[in-house]
Design a protein around this ligand. Structure first.
Ligand SMILES: [Zn+2]
Length: 425
């Protein structure tokens, strides 16, 4: 575990300019003095030996023996030409592959081959001066990708697409193999969900999806919990990985550097992690890269959250409008129904008034016959009949009640036959 000094929270508003400078790094000149047509390395500065590898830090040998991979890349031929012609040679951003097999690394250099002459002006060797531009080249490419990502975020591309694209661009441009993972925090900040990890195996992503944030929960759970970067340089021995070591080894992961992704208000949005296949300690430029892209991820996630909030607010407003419309419709229906009922009641009252006037001269019992078991003492005023020929006299209130509740009852009249039937029986 390497303690990270100066690990400030990586919010969207971090000092991106400083990080970009770090990302471009410091260029150190390599220098070597070669002698004779064989280009024997007479002397070289430490940066030269660091570049070709400390295990090859020797002098007194022809360059092609010290760094045999140069032969196939045209460098020895160029040196031969400079030695023969006495003309210096300068190349810019020259690509060179150093080492072989799995340890091979691509590098870019600005080179100058300067002839060295003796007192007579005869070329006796070559002075090689180079400045490594690898980091600058990579940083330039990264910044172009970074700009494209910002444009994508501004265009409101879907979050998964932005994060996936970001992960792939970092992976593609890294000089060494590197696997990027973005986890997204739940709103309560207590769990992390899969966000983007295009190069990690599916079984690994599934196992990590939903892990709790907390001290000792791998690099990401701990970084989320602490709200600060957690750099695990060797998963094989780090106690934070006790519960996930077997899983990580199955996925071929040996180092994991994780940084919390924080919102402008300091709340947790997720984590941004870089995994490596071999144990590794980050350099300043790695930290710069992490800060720049954790900040970019923060922008993308915050943008996504605000879009979600806006959509939710729109949906709430829509459903409130729908509720209101429903209430208005229900009120209208109730009012219509009440009006219809009032009209029907008024019509019935009119009919009963007319019937009472019409029935008054006819012979009829003294009292209401519709009071049921309880009886009714009100005077009989209206004669009711039904379609089966039954008839009875009722008071106004019992008549109304019977007309409403007995489907076949009607006010007896000559036209409808009820009263006639009654008279004839
Ligand atoms: Zn009655």
């Amino acid at each position: 575990m390497v303690a990270v000094s100066g690990g400030e929270p990586t919010g969207a508003g971090s000092a991106v300019d400083g990080d970009l400078r770090d990302l471009f790094g410091q260029s150190i000149a390599v220098f070597a003095s070669l002698a004779g047509p064989e280009h024997v390395v007479e002397s070289a500065n430490p940066a030269f030996f660091a570049t070709i590898g400390e295990e090859r830090a020797r002098t007194g040998l022809p360059l092609v023996e010290l760094v045999p991979e140069l032969a196939g890349q045209g460098f020895i031929g160029l040196l031969d030409e400079v030695h023969r012609s006495g003309e210096p040679y300068t190349g810019r951003d020259v690509r060179i592959v150093l080492g072989t097999g799995p340890t091979a690394r691509e590098a870019f250099f600005d080179f100058t081959y300067e002839p060295r002459r003796d007192g007579d002006g005869t070329v006796v060797g070559i002075r090689v001066i180079g400045v490594e531009t690898t980091q600058v080249k990579h940083a330039q490419l990264l910044m172009a990708e970074h700009r494209a990502l910002l444009e994508q975020i501004a265009r409101q591309a879907p979050l998964a697409e932005v994060l996936d694209g970001m992960a792939r661009c970092i992976e593609n441009l890294a000089p060494q193999e590197l696997l990027v993972s973005v986890l997204l925090a739940d709103p309560d900040g207590l769990h992390l969900r899969h966000g983007a990890a295009p190069s990690l195996p599916a079984f690994y992503n599934e196992a990590i999806d939903g892990i709790a944030t907390g001290e000792g929960v791998g690099s990401c759970g701990t970084a989320a919990h602490r709200r600060e970067p957690v750099i695990v340089t060797d998963i094989g021995t780090d106690p934070f990985w006790d519960d996930f070591r077997e899983l990580a080894q199955r996925a071929g992961l040996a180092a994991c550097w994780s940084t919390p992704i924080l919102a402008r208000d300091g709340s947790l949005l997720g984590t941004f992690a870089m995994y490596h296949r071999t144990p590794r300690v980050p350099r300043d430029s790695d930290f710069a890269l992490i800060r720049v892209f954790a900040g970019t991820a923060a922008l993308a996630i915050e943008r996504h959250h605000s879009e979600q909030a806006q959509r939710a607010a729109e949906q709430r407003a829509e459903s409130a409008m729908a509720e209101l419309a429903k209430a208005v419709r229900a009120e209208q229906e109730l009012r219509t129904e009440a009006e219809q009922r009032a009209a029907a009641a008024a019509e019935l009252a009119d009919q009963m008034r007319a019937a009472a006037a019409a029935h008054a001269p006819a012979p009829h019992p003294e009292g209401c016959q519709l009071g049921g078991a309880a009886g009714c003492t009100a005077p009989a005023e209206i004669k009711l009949a039904d379609s089966w020929g039954d008839s009875a006299w009722g008071c106004t209130s019992h008549t109304e009640e019977a007309l409403i509740h007995v489907r076949s009852a009607f006010i007896a009249s000559e036209e409808l036959g009820g009263l006639a039937a009654y008279r004839d029986r």
